[in-house]
Design a protein around this ligand. Structure first.
Ligand SMILES: [Zn+2]
Length: 316
């Protein structure tokens, strides 16, 4: 993709479309402070070119990138990290302690992703995952502070979607970069109304109780904005947090009621889709059923898979 789409929010924050699967599905955020830059979320290895185009537009040299910060190791967030580290000689990778070993030796991550998506889709979407030398990896404990030319970026441990997930608090940007922790909010579904948020229960570490505690933790910082990886900046944070909490509970309750056996995933997926259609209908969304299902299909698939795994783990 040689076209660049980005949104500029002020305070040196840029949301870059990495063209994962379709336009405005996944973002990489570039934070520019003086002569230094940090990148929150890498997209896949295929999406790195978009970030390079953004840097060129802003006249940021590869040497100026000091931190590469995937919120967690799922590949639409961290798949391009190895490639970026090869391109940015002065950068450190900042990653959750539970994710660090997967970045140093990505073999297991690769196998796990193929298990979820299949080999063919893996190749098409993710490209190759390159290992990162251990000495360039910072395992960021809760509260770890990144100093970007005097601008503080704070890593907050945020389990719920995944145990290897942190969010980045940036006081200058008045909010959090939340990866998948604040759910998905597709611009197409929001239309010109307030954002529309849904939970993402991707395999394999959905944890509803931890997730509620994480939302409390995020709100305790009173963020004005949330910078969603999927996709873009949203405000009205407390209202969206309630939507997210309801959706997490819906998913957990649904899983607990699901029938045993073969058809469980399909049963879950169908109900997850019907609920989204119903929520959108109530908001007066003008998209047709087919169009909505096209947009949410892959995620509702993943959510159903994630709930199925959750039940198999015996924690539901
Ligand atoms: Zn994820």
């Amino acid at each position: 993709m040689s076209r660049l789409y980005y949104e500029e929010y002020g305070n040196g924050v840029y949301c870059v479309d990495v063209y994962y699967q379709r336009p405005r599905l996944a973002a990489s955020y570039l934070i520019h402070e003086g002569d230094q830059a940090a990148i929150v979320e890498t997209g896949t290895a295929n999406g790195v070119n978009q970030v390079l185009m953004m840097m060129e537009r802003l006249d940021i040299a590869p040497e100026q990138v000091r931190y590469v910060m995937p919120t967690h190791v799922h590949l639409d967030h961290a798949g391009g990290a190895g490639r970026m580290m090869g391109l940015f000689p002065n950068a450190k990778l900042v990653i959750h302690p539970f994710g660090a070993r997967h970045m140093i030796d990505p073999a297991k991550l690769r196998a796990g992703t193929i298990a979820v998506y299949g080999e063919e889709r893996f190749k098409r979407y993710y490209g190759e995952i390159e290992p990162i030398p251990e000495e360039r990896v910072i395992a960021a404990e809760n509260g770890f502070k990144v100093d970007l030319n005097g601008r503080e970026l704070i890593c907050i441990d945020t389990p719920g979607h995944a145990r290897h997930h942190y969010c980045v608090y940036d006081a200058a940007a008045k909010g959090f970069f939340t990866g998948d922790t604040f759910g998905l909010g597709y611009p197409e579904l929001a239309g010109d109304r307030d954002a529309f948020i849904m939970a993402t229960t991707t395999p394999v570490q959905f944890d509803p109780d931890a997730w509620h505690a994480t939302i409390d933790r995020l709100l305790s910082h009173d963020p004005k904005f949330i910078y969603l990886t999927h996709f873009g900046r949203v405000d009205n944070v407390r209202v969206l947090a309630e939507q997210l909490r309801e959706d997490i509970d819906f998913h957990a309750d649904l899983a607990r009621r699901a029938p045993e056996g073969e058809g469980r995933k399909a049963w879950l997926r169908e109900r997850i889709q019907e609920r989204i259609l119903e929520r959108l209908r109530k908001r007066g969304c003008e998209l047709g059923r087919e169009e909505i299902l096209r947009l949410i299909g892959p995620d509702t698939d993943l959510n159903a898979q994630g709930l199925d795994v959750w039940l198999q783990r015996g924690v539901g």
